[in-house]
Design a protein around this ligand. Structure first.
Ligand SMILES: *Cc1c(COP(=O)(O)O)cnc(C)c1O
Length: 364
């Protein structure tokens, strides 16, 4: 390959590692490693996907109009300010590509989502990691790190893998402290679990330099289909649409997503069940004397005594057929991120953790 060289930054990218889904020799695996919806997706979405099979020879619409209209209706948004992508990851990629490049800085936070530095490197920009305070994003630390080369600030709210959240007041203080030349990317992948009525779109209405993103992968249970969307001022969306491939979403993706978002009963039921079992699971962990912050998402971050105990706990869970997510790469070596499953899943993982803790006391 002499002479063939990747663009600057690309070789800095450490490959993304996704949640595992299989364990050798087991057919009863409980996967709690990728924040998937334990209830699957809306039956209406499955039906729409199947119906799309009749028209596989047809090119899809390039403007995603029916899907944007549905999102607009359900969330009370202007469809002209919505952009849809192949997962919200693609929307985040458009933002990085359109607004950052070599010489620019992109701020992420210490336990922030692994995609953000990847996206910064991919466009030749420099990711700058800002410390958090007790696993919460620290607005003052971000503002202190901003300089005239900062183009983007990426944050997830609720955050992954910590599950913590910034208040509206903190968010507004952050945005008001940013220079107008710097965009805040407010990644709301888990927002539907946190506060169903919360309008992060209010941030887009009030400030020109905010992009919010949402996904169909989490509460809508369509992670396998890859659909997400973003909302911003019209000028920002206009920029992003110029680099979007015209046929980025298939007919099947758009039809399933539209049916999913319109099934507001399903969404509400999933949020309520998640709330209930997340609360139950955290209570159980706390009663065992384990550390676990309040979470606003569909997972909990269990913190063990240290990296060694976290590894031992992960191994014990695998032995019991349960896959959770070690988060050492998020600078949380003592942590295991556990997706909130359905009732059976939650009871099974809690029983396995309880068994593990009993062996720990035995070996003291
Ligand atoms: C899961 C997740 C997403 C969603 O990614 P998709 O590409 O839409 O599947 C985005 N941001 C965060 C923080 C996530 O955890």
């Amino acid at each position: 390959m002499a002479g063939i060289e990747a663009q600057p930054g690309i070789m800095e990218i450490a490959l993304y590692v996704s949640g595992e889904s299989r364990l050798a020799g087991r057919d009863d695996v409980l996967k709690l490693s990728a924040n998937e919806n334990p209830y699957g997706c809306s039956p209406a979405a499955t039906a729409a996907f199947q119906a799309a099979a009749a028209d596989l020879h047809r090119y899809p619409a390039t403007d995603h109009a029916p899907l944007r209209r549905a999102i607009g209706e359900v969330h009370g948004l202007d469809p002209d300010r919505i952009i849809c992508g192949v997962g919200s990851d693609e929307v985040l990629q458009f933002v990085a590509q359109a607004f950052a490049g070599p010489g620019d800085q992109v701020i992420t936070t210490r336990h922030g989502f692994a995609m953000y530095p990847i996206l910064a490197h991919a466009v030749g920009a420099t990711p700058v990691t800002v410390d958090e305070k007790d696993r919460r994003i620290d607005v003052d630390a971000i503002l202190a790190a901003v300089n005239d080369r900062t183009r983007l600030v990426f944050l997830a709210n609720p955050a992954n893998p910590t599950g913590t959240m910034l208040t509206d007041t903190e968010l507004r203080r952050l945005i008001e402290g940013l220079p107008q030349t710097c965009l805040l990317v407010h990644d709301g992948a888990y927002m539907e679990f946190a506060r169903p009525g919360y309008r992060d779109a209010g941030l887009v209405d009030d400030y020109p330099n905010v992009v919010m993103t949402r996904t169909f992968s989490k509460i809508h249970g369509l992670g396998g289909l890859r659909i997400g969307w973003g909302y911003a001022r019209r000028q920002v969306i206009d920029v992003l649409n110029r680099i979007r491939q015209p046929f980025n979403l298939s007919n099947a993706q758009m039809a399933a997503a539209e049916a999913a978002i319109r099934d507001t009963d399903f969404t509400a039921r999933c949020a309520a069940e998640n709330d209930r079992w997340r609360r139950w699971m955290r209570d159980q962990l706390v009663q065992m004397g384990l550390d676990c912050d309040e979470s606003h998402a569909n997972f909990l971050l269990l913190r063990l005594a240290g990296s060694e105990q976290a590894r031992a706990c992960d191994a014990a869970l695998r032995e019991a057929g349960i896959i959770v997510r070690p988060v050492a790469s998020y600078d949380l070596p003592e942590g295991l991120r556990i997706t909130v499953g359905d009732e059976a899943g939650c009871r099974r993982v809690i029983a396995a953790i309880s068994d593990f803790m009993a062996t720990q006391r035995g070996s003291e």
